[in-house]
Design a protein around this ligand. Structure first.
Ligand code: SF4
Length: 236
C-alpha cells in the first residue's frame, strides 16, 4: 500500500469513527459475530415463530388486564424484531413516542439503543426488542409491581418462550427485576450473566439513563462487548 492509499484509508477510518456513538469503541472483525449467522435459522421456523408472535399479540390488542389498559394509552405497544432472534432486549415500557407510533424504543432512548445495536455489528431487524409492560404508564412513571407482573405473565414470558433467545439483555431496573426478581439491584447485577430458565440474562443500564449520564455509555459498551463475545462463543 503506497502513502496515498494509506492516507485515504486512514481518512476513511477516522470518518467512520466520527460517526460512531460518543464514548463507543470500534469493535474489530474478530469481535463481531456474523450477523447472517446470528439470524440463521430455517425459513419454516422463522415463519412459525412470527405467526405465533402475531397470534399472541392478537389476543391482547384491547387488553385491560392491568390498570395501564385504562390510563390513557393510545395503543398496546408489542415487541418487534426477528421472531427467532438469538439476542433479545427488554426495556421497561413505552414512552410518548412509542405510544403514538406503536413500536418499542423509537424515541430518543430508542435511537440510542439503535446506535448501540448497530455498533455491535447488528441491526434492529436481527434482534428482538420488547418491554415489560406494553402500555404507556401515565406521565412515563415507573410501572407498578402488579402492572409489571401482570403484563410479564400475559405477554413477555410468552414472547420469550416463542423466540427462545440465547441471551436477554435487560435494560434498567424494571426489566431486570421483572426477570431476575425484585431483590435484584441493577447496580449490583449489571454486566454479569445470570442463567434464567435456560437463557442467559445480562442486565445493563437503560438508554434513558445513558441520555442523562453519558459517561456511563462506556460502561454499557463494555457490557455489549461481553454479549458479543458470548454470542460468538455460543454460535461457534
Ligand atoms: S400493560 Fe400489559 S397487561 Fe396491562 S393492559 Fe397493557 S397489555 Fe394488558
Amino acid at each position: 500500500m503506497n502513502a496515498e492509499e494509506l492516507a485515504k484509508k486512514r481518512a476513511n477510518y477516522l470518518s467512520f469513527l466520527k460517526k460512531q456513538p460518543k464514548g463507543f469503541l470500534y469493535l474489530d472483525e474478530k469481535q463481531k459475530p456474523v450477523a447472517a449467522k446470528h439470524a440463521a435459522k430455517n425459513a419454516d421456523e422463522r415463519a412459525k415463530n412470527a405467526d405465533e408472535i402475531d397470534a399472541l399479540n392478537c389476543n391482547y390488542r384491547d387488553c385491560t388486564a392491568c390498570p395501564l389498559g385504562s390510563q390513557g394509552r393510545t395503543q398496546v405497544v408489542f415487541g418487534k424484531g426477528l421472531a427467532e432472534a438469538t439476542l433479545m432486549f427488554v426495556g421497561e415500557g413505552p414512552g410518548k413516542d412509542e405510544d403514538l407510533q406503536g413500536a418499542p424504543f423509537v424515541g430518543r432512548s430508542g435511537k440510542l439503543l439503535t446506535q448501540i445495536i448497530e455498533a455491535m455489528g447488528l441491526s434492529r431487524e436481527s434482534v428482538y426488542i420488547s418491554n415489560v409492560v406494553k402500555c404507556r404508564p401515565p406521565e412515563n412513571r415507573t410501572p407498578l409491581p402488579n402492572e409489571s407482573s401482570t403484563c410479564k405473565d400475559l405477554l413477555l414470558l410468552k414472547e420469550i418462550a416463542i423466540i427462545k433467545p440465547k441471551i436477554i439483555c435487560t435494560l434498567g431496573a424494571t426489566a431486570t427485576k421483572a426477570l431476575l426478581g425484585d431483590e435484584t439491584k441493577i447496580t449490583a447485577s449489571r454486566g454479569m450473566f445470570v442463567e434464567w430458565n435456560g437463557t442467559l440474562v445480562l442486565p445493563t443500564y437503560h438508554p434513558a439513563y445513558l441520555l442523562r449520564n453519558p459517561a456511563e455509555k462506556r460502561t454499557v459498551w463494555e457490557d455489549m462487548k461481553k454479549i458479543m463475545a458470548k454470542l460468538a462463543e455460543l454460535e461457534a
